[in-house]
Design a protein around this ligand. Structure first.
Ligand code: AMP
Length: 285
């Protein structure tokens, strides 16, 4: 497994692979790897000949009061997991990934401030900009993202289409604990009691999904049934529990008859830990 710290080194390796006729798969992460991340590595491996993993805790996507400094960093364990899942190269940029005087931003106007973007101003500009830089460094043929961050995946899909990145974007399903909790690097910060309480998020999503699967197409009813489950054991703060149109990013919360696929998105806080989750209704990806 090779480790590269600069974009030119990384790009030279990828280009050599492609010259040798190998398709490069790419999974960008912030490290602290768990089974959710390794499922993306496995998916990338199925769709390519060689897999690159990036590990970079990107400062520009964290707000001033967010957890950048205390975001978990588990380098040795990450290396072991990467090797076990057949990763051939790791891109681990150093601080100078952002050159002195860095100013440029890649932005998806409008979409960057819906729901998650509204609660975390500047977050999605940080994400789309760093993913652009990572794409330029790795130059992948296929990139795999998790549905766990569905709004992020929608923004990146829009950006890839709009700016002709010329790569295949794959969105892989959310990996969960057996009790339904979506795996997240931040779950380790939940107290035992909050971890138990947080199961209400997936239970609420499941209740809404069941209504959709039973044939209901009314957004307000689909949302109401999930919110009723949430109300049984609500998070300390509920940021949102609603439906999104994956093509326009419009929030769908009124009475109506929705036929096209859509995404249920949820976010809540337990103490200082913020969790997000979602479920797709129909074939979104
Ligand atoms: P991060 O945890 O922010 O480093 O995420 C890196 C990638 O892993 C993103 O594409 C996430 O959507 C994805 N990811 C995180 N958690 C999960 C999960 N539980 N299941 C599937 N993918 C995930």
């Amino acid at each position: 497994m090779q480790i590269f710290h600069t974009a030119p080194q990384m790009r030279a390796w990828s280009r050599a692979q492609q010259k040798a006729g190998r398709r490069v798969g790419f999974v960008p992460t912030m490290g602290a790897l768990h089974t959710g991340h390794t499922s993306l590595l496995d998916e990338a491996k199925r769709r390519s000949d060689t897999v690159v993993l990036s590990i970079f805790v990107n400062p520009t996507q964290f707000g001033p009061n967010e957890d950048f400094a205390k975001y978990p960093r588990t380098w040795e364990a990450d290396l072991a997991l990467a090797a076990a899942h057949g990763v051939e190269a790791i891109f681990h940029p150093t601080e100078d990934f952002y050159p002195p005087g860095y100013r440029t931003q890649v932005t998806v106007p409008g979409w960057k401030s819906v729901l998650e973007g509204d609660i975390r101003p500047d977050h999605f500009d940080g994400v789309t900009s760093v993913v652009t830089k990572l794409f330029h460094a790795v130059d992948p043929d296929v990139a795999v993202f998790g549905q766990k961050d569905a709004q992020q995946a929608l923004l990146i899909r829009r950006m890839v289409r709009d700016l002709d990145f010329g790569l295949d974007l794959v969105v892989a399903p959310t990996v969960r604990e057996s009790d339904g909790l979506a795996l997240s690097s931040r779950n380790r910060y939940l107290s035992e009691n909050d971890r138990r309480r947080a199961l209400v998020l997936s239970r609420a999503l499941n209740a809404s999904v069941a209504l959709w699967n039973g044939g209901c197409r009314n957004p307000s009813e689909i949302i109401a049934v999930g919110r009723a489950v949430l109300a049984q054991d609500p998070p300390d703060t509920l940021d949102y529990f609603t439906l999104l149109d994956p093509d326009s990013l419009a929030v769908l919360d009124a009475d109506g008859a929705r036929q096209n696929p859509c995404i249920l998105v949820a976010a809540g806080r337990y103490g200082t830990t913020r969790l997000i989750d979602n479920a797709v209704l129909g074939a979104v990806w």
